[in-house]
Design a protein. Sequence first.
Length: 291
Amino acid sequence: MHEIHLTLAADDGHPLAATLYEPPGAIAAVQINSATGAPRRYYAPYARFLAGQGFAVLSYDYRGIGDSRWHAAAPEQVTMRRWGTIDYASALQWLHARYPRLPLLSVGHSVGGQLLGLAPNNHLIRAALSIAAQSGYWRHWPATLQPLMVGLWHLAIPAAVALTGHLPAALMDVELPGGVAREWARWGRHREFFVDERGRSLRAGFERYRGRLLMVSIADDRFYAPPRAVTALSGYFRNADIELRTLDPCELGIDEIGHFGFFRSRMPRTVWQQTADWLRAEALPALARAA
């Protein structure tokens, strides 16, 4: 397996740091799309595992994040919406160009699962695996946490960005560019969640996706992606073939998973194997037709 570090050019010219994990004789190409603020290196153990299963795997940093942060252009060009409409889409187009005969698959964590619906070329994806991806509208949280979410979306995040120009890590455990944080908070205040600056819905891209979609919620992920919020996001993909599953740490004999535990190297390999088997099962029919 070759591990290749490279720089991709987004459609608007913005450079994106990326890593390609390339096994010999790949059976499919997988794009890993990170959670909000998480650098691509966080997903390296899982990416290497998939590569060991015969998948070519591309991970990358969104603009303003990880090794792409120092290339950031004007602040207004670093937003969550651009992560989906440009960065996600550009990485997918690059992967399609490199492996034109292989089925394309997507793995999205948190916002990485959301961005599937914003990419204008999501029709290229045969199947997508979504881990703890959710609608961030505050009413999808348990009643005990709704006041906290209202405070974050309406007060804390906008105030922090106004004072510092970015979101400090001390507030949400991750440092974010100001444009990303402002949009994130604006979306969280709106029932539609995905809306433009005028409050108009951005659901059209979600409805355009017609592939398979496995959405996994984490039973003990109460703050970032409670199961109800994951189910709410599934409703945006009206034309997809959706399967919902829940991972419970108690059933796996481990203490916790939380929002970030799935991709940590201590995650039981049986769980990773289940996802690899699902991705392989989705890829094989396309391979058979191409043979």
